[in-house]
Design a protein around this ligand. Structure first.
Ligand code: GAP
Length: 511
């Protein structure tokens, strides 16, 4: 399926099946803000549970917190967000569309990279089994020319960003002839910085209210609670603090559905380590986080590492895990070695000492931090993109979400074949037994075929059908979503089978 079509289908599917609705739709919507519906919230909660347990329950030295969205405004001064949490924006004068200048350049580089991949693909077809990809990439004149071009643009771009030279950023766009995707023209304005934080007022305006911010990341709530958690939890370095919560950014170029939202959720963990040991822990967390993704069983080729060419001034290593969304490989999670920058800044701005006293070495130090930061909504979108399938079954097309069983919104659908003869009562007994452990749905409307299709479309891994034979021999039919195979099993075995197969520990045990 063409990827653009897939994306449109996923968006339509999310609405039709109660996963995601445009916020304030009744009032024509609020751009880049979304509501999660009855199935969406279940899937989202399951992803959170998987992350939370993987981070805290499986790592004894990682604990969780839930800090407030509002924080003292000086925190955002200390963190650098007031002065530097900006996007470089550029407008096309013909289409009147606004873009992030850095994204325009990155997309342009990606297009050159696609050209390299096309050359490689063509050569692979031409040479067949004898094709040596590595040799081709390092010797083919055209590929080398493209690669050199990418490197040269990247170097210029990094230098321009480092020097905060917005005119130079614009010049790259002009020199490379980057066009507006809408108007196709090169009629660009200058590049301007735009701060992404939302402001509001705390207290009554008449009494001189304070400006406060809606947090643009959850991480700062962790940094400012470092001492509280370390002391009350008697934590020893290395240890981590995890948090799941809302973050807000006034994204100007907010497209691509829930990929870039103005209100979204992050799952972040800061791991506090001894200075000098941060790169070792950075490698450990890189591996752990990639395993977390792979354990969900999605094609590993959908994930790749992206090394940051331009490190933030406080970071000494940074990689992203990118996922191949229907609109290309994009950032899903960041793993960053942030040194002691944040804690130091909070020491300076609060005037309080934020250190760890090591009893063994009898020395105090400001811990270094390795951060893992993943967007919950992007994880949601990555799962839907990978699990949405259209299959030909006889004459019709079935849409199925082959989500990992334990993440599916509804684990079991209980379906009496007909609405009479005592079948609903029998089905209800099963439901009443299972509902204390897993999320089930009872459905008796429409033909059994239609009910199966509806459950496939929301990713329900098991459908249980109760028929007349059930009343005679206490057996039911279990239908498996992915294979559509149906088996007759004793009703009293059901609970054991489905609980075992939908248990989150099936994923956790792979880590
Ligand atoms: N504390 C580090 C931090 O916030 P980030 O790269 O700005 O780093 C981390 O954000 C993750 O949050 C991203 O990898 C992405 O998954 C998610 N994210 C960031 N901005 C987002 C947005 N506007 N909409 C949805 N998810 C977003």
């Amino acid at each position: 399926m063409i990827q653009e079509d897939l994306f449109k289908k996923i968006i339509a599917h999310c609405k039709e099946y109660g996963f995601i609705f445009q916020s304030s739709e009744l009032y024509d919507g609020l751009s880049a803000v979304y509501d999660y519906g009855q199935n969406g919230v279940e899937l989202k909660n399951n992803i959170k549970e998987y992350w939370w347990k993987a981070m805290t329950q499986l790592n004894e030295e990682v604990v969780g917190i839930d800090s407030a969205i509002f924080m003292h405004p000086t925190i955002w001064k200390a963190s650098g967000h007031v002065d530097a949490f900006n996007d470089p924006l550029i407008d096309n004068k013909d289409s009147k569309k606004r873009y992030r200048a850095d994204v325009l350049i990155e997309d342009y580089l990606e297009k050159i990279n696609d050209k390299i991949n096309k050359e490689v693909e063509k050569a692979a077809k031409r040479f067949g089994d004898t094709f040596d990809e590595n040799q081709f990439r390092t010797t083919n004149a055209r590929v080398l020319e493209y690669a050199a071009k990418i490197e040269s643009i990247k170097a210029n771009f990094v230098a321009a960003l480092d020097a905060n030279d917005l005119e130079k950023v614009r010049q790259i766009i002009i020199d490379e002839g980057i066009v507006c995707p809408v108007s196709g023209s090169r009629n660009w304005t200058e590049v301007r910085q735009f701060n992404l934080m939302f402001e509001t007022k705390l207290g009554s305006v008449s009494e001189g209210a304070n400006t406060v911010y809606l947090r643009p990341e959850t991480a700062q709530g962790i940094f400012v609670n470092y001492l509280n958690v370390q002391k009350t939890g008697r934590m020893k370095i290395p240890f981590g603090i995890a948090q799941i919560g809302k973050a807000f950014r006034n994204e100007i170029v907010a497209r691509q559905f829930i990929f870039r939202m103005r209100e979204f959720e992050q799952m972040e963990m800061q791991y506090f380590v001894k200075p000098g040991e941060e790169l070792k822990w950075f490698d450990t967390w890189k591996e752990k986080r990639m395993n977390w993704h792979l354990a969900m069983g999605i094609n590993p080729e959908k994930y790749r590492w992206h090394k940051h060419d331009k490190l933030a001034h406080y970071a000494n290593a940074a990689f992203d895990i990118e996922f191949e969304f229907p609109f290309g490989f994009k950032e899903l999670e960041g793993i960053h070695s942030r040194t002691d920058y944040d804690l130091n800044q909070h020491q300076i701005f609060s005037g309080k000492k934020i250190q760890f006293y090591d009893n063994e070495t009898e020395e105090s130090y400001v811990p270094y931090v390795v951060e893992t930061s993943i967007g919950l909504d992007r994880t949601f979108l990555s799962l839907l993109s990978a699990c949405y399938q259209e299959e030909q079954v006889g004459e019709e097309t079935r849409v199925v979400l082959n989500l990992p069983e334990c993440l599916a919104p509804i684990k079991v659908a209980i379906l009496p074949l007909v609405k009479k003869d005592g079948l609903p009562e029998f089905a209800r007994t099963i439901m009443n037994d299972l509902k204390f452990d897993i999320n089930c749905m009872y459905e008796e409307k429409d033909s059994i075929g239609k009910r199966y299709r509806r459950q496939d479309a929301i990713g329900t891994p098991f459908c249980i059908t109760v028929d007349h034979q059930s009343l005679e021999d206490n057996t039911v039919t279990i239908r498996y979503r992915d294979t559509m195979i149906q088996e007759r099993i004793p009703a009293d075995k059901l609970s054991g089978i489905v609980k075992e197969k939908t248990d989150i520990k099936n994923l956790l045990k792979k880590l």
